[in-house]
Design a protein around this ligand. Structure first.
Ligand code: DQA
Length: 149
C-alpha cells in the first residue's frame, strides 16, 4: 500500500509569519512551519505537499485538485475561513478528511473570528497551539486515514 499523501494548504498573509503580529502568531516563519510539517511527516511516514497563497480562487482550485490525488487536507484558511463560502463548498466537494488549523486561539479574539465556514467541512479544528498545531493536525489526519483504510 502506498503511504498517505496529505495536502497542507495555507491562506492569505501566512507568508508574513514571523513579521506579522508576533505577539499573536509568534516568531516562526512560514519556512519554519514547513520544516515542522516535513519533520512530522517523516515521523508519521506520510508524504506532504505544503503550499501558501494569498488568492482565494487559487486556494479553491488547489482544494479541488486534491480530489483523487491526496488522502486528506490540513488547512489553515486564515481569514478566508471566516469569509469564504467558495472555500467551504470546495472542501465539501472533494470528499476527503479535513483538519482545520489556526495558530492563534480564534475564540479568544475578535467576535468576527469566532465563526469559520471551513469548520463545517472539517472533522476537527486545532487552534491556539501555535505553529505546533500543524504537527498535531498531521498526526490527527494520519490517524483518521489509517482508521478509514
Ligand atoms: C489565523 C487566524 C485568522 O483569524 C487570521 O485571519 C489569520 C491567521 C491563525 O492561524 O491564527 O490570518 O488563521
Amino acid at each position: 500500500m502506498r503511504r498517505p499523501h496529505i495536502a497542507v494548504l495555507n491562506g492569505p498573509n501566512l507568508n508574513m509569519l514571523g513579521l506579522r503580529q508576533p505577539g499573536i502568531y509568534g516568531s516562526a516563519t512560514l519556512d519554519d512551519v514547513e520544516q515542522i510539517c516535513i519533520q512530522a511527516a517523516e515521523r508519521l511516514d506520510v508524504g506532504i505537499d505544503f503550499r501558501q497563497t494569498n488568492i482565494e480562487g487559487e486556494l479553491v482550485s488547489w482544494v479541488q485538485e486534491c480530489r483523487g490525488r491526496f488522502d486528506g487536507i490540513v488547512i489553515n484558511p486564515a481569514a478566508y475561513g471566516h469569509t469564504s463560502i467558495a472555500l467551504l463548498d470546495a472542501l465539501l466537494a472533494v470528499d476527503l478528511p479535513v483538519i482545520e488549523v489556526h495558530i492563534s486561539n480564534i475564540h479568544r479574539r475578535e467576535a468576527f473570528r469566532h465563526h469559520t465556514y471551513v469548520s463545517q467541512a472539517a472533522i476537527g479544528v486545532i487552534c491556539g497551539l501555535g505553529v505546533r498545531g500543524y504537527a498535531h493536525a498531521l498526526q490527527a489526519i494520519t490517524d483518521l486515514i489509517e482508521d478509514e483504510g
